[in-house]
Design a protein around this ligand. Structure first.
Ligand code: TXA
Ligand code: MG
Length: 351
């Protein structure tokens, strides 16, 4: 399959993309979180194509993207008052809500579940594509299954060229990690995936909110409520390990630095190519040949924005072993550590 690539500034970009979506084809497009791989959410065969293009297990449901809050009523069987308050405060934006689904949403889109995940993105290109095509767009992140989510059109092209009809290039995304997912089908809302909108943000609007216990500390006896959270994800090809100071997990202490430097020396002795994931403020502490930056500073916004491109860079340079600093586990830091721990297959060395 020939994959058309067009910048969103090209005159006919949205027209071409809309026609593809209307005919059941697949278009990758930018959102404020990561690039999505879009297809018609109400067309079971389009959803099947999405799974196939990504190589994604078909029990892992897709998020349906809408451009107007009123559209929720077309897709959700019930809109609890809590959901109304969340939508008023955080949409358009990086929040996905789980609702009970209406029959028009096919099981192919929801991975067989009777609930549906809905998000109204704030990225103007995403909103324009949904409106102009007149299609509710089912879109997982536009990476091959298991790879880091794409924060640029080039990342999408790396994974999906030849497997999808079109890539709409709207430049690098703003946030860099996927939306927060919140389930409002029970009494107390539950966060199923941490993201840019944090537990504290949610609690300011709706009071008590819990976090799915299976997602922060993986436990083989607990099954995450968002099926996608059970898979190893974002993993670079090399082996990634996080080095954390047990006494001050949010700080890059002398202990962390000396351990990483020792591990780099050991890797060199074994003839292995090693890389370090750090920020610009700490890079001078390391003697590694390959230093990959997660941003200028360790602020959550900076690291979220660069995390996935940094993981992809590890593959580009052919790093065999990768050592990363750890980040604070509060709020946005928690969302970052959730991704980093998955990328590391939960490997942490405590010093
Ligand atoms: O920011 C985002 O959410 C991006 C952009 C493109 O919008 N999309 C995204 O989609 O991250 P994806 O498919 O990579 O992740 C969707 C997650 C998966 O973990 C999936 O299991 C969960 O949402 N999910 C979808 N529908 C669900 C449902 N009905 N119940 C529970 N979890 C659901
Ligand atoms: Mg994904």
């Amino acid at each position: 399959m020939n994959t058309i690539i067009k910048k969103t500034t090209e005159n006919d970009a949205f027209q071409v993309a809309s026609e593809i979506l209307q005919k059941g084809g697949l278009v990758a497009f930018p959102t404020e979180t990561v690039y999505g791989l879009g297809g018609n959410a109400l067309d079971p065969s389009a959803s099947e194509r999405i799974y196939k293009a990504k190589g994604r297990p078909s029990d892992n449901p897709l998020i349906v993207h809408i451009a107007d809050k009123a559209d929720v009523a077309q897709l959700a069987a019930e809109i609890p008052p809590i959901a109304e308050r969340l939508m008023d405060r955080f949409w358009p934006g990086p929040m996905t809500i789980i609702f009970k689904k209406k029959d028009i949403v096919p099981k192919e889109t929801t991975g067989g579940l009777d609930t549906v995940a809905i998000r109204m993105p704030s990225h103007p290109d995403a909103a324009r594509l949904i409106r102009e095509s007149g299609v509710y767009i089912a879109a997982p992140s536009a990476n091959a299954s298991g790879r880091p989510s794409p924060s640029t059109a080039a990342h999408v092209a790396e994974d999906l060229t030849g497997r999808i009809d079109m890539i709409l290039d709207g430049g690098p995304v703003d946030i860099g990690i996927e939306s927060s997912i919140i389930d409002v089908t029970g009494e107390v809302p539950v966060i199923l995936r941490p993201g840019f909108i944090t537990k504290k943000d949610f609690e300011e609007i709706v009071g008590k909110v819990t976090i799915d216990p299976a997602i922060m500390k993986p436990d083989p006896n607990l099954r995450p409520k968002a099926p996608g959270m059970k898979y190893t994800h974002y993993a670079p090809k090399g082996s990634l390990t996080i080095i954390e100071d047990e006494l001050s997990p949010q700080l890059v202490t002398g202990n962390v630095i000396s351990t990483i430097n020792r591990l780099i020396t050991d890797a060199a002795a074994e003839g292995k190519k090693a890389a370090v994931l750090t920020t610009a403020e700490n890079r001078r502490h390391y003697h590694a040949e390959n230093i990959i930056l997660l941003g200028e500073t360790a602020s959550g916004e900076e690291v979220a924005k660069h995390l996935y491109s940094a993981l992809r860079e590890c593959d580009e340079i052919g790093a065999e072993v990768i050592y990363s600093e750890s980040f604070s586990r509060g709020e946005l830091g928690g969302a970052i550590m959730n991704r980093l721990l998955k990328a590391a297959g939960q490997k942490v060395i405590f010093v």
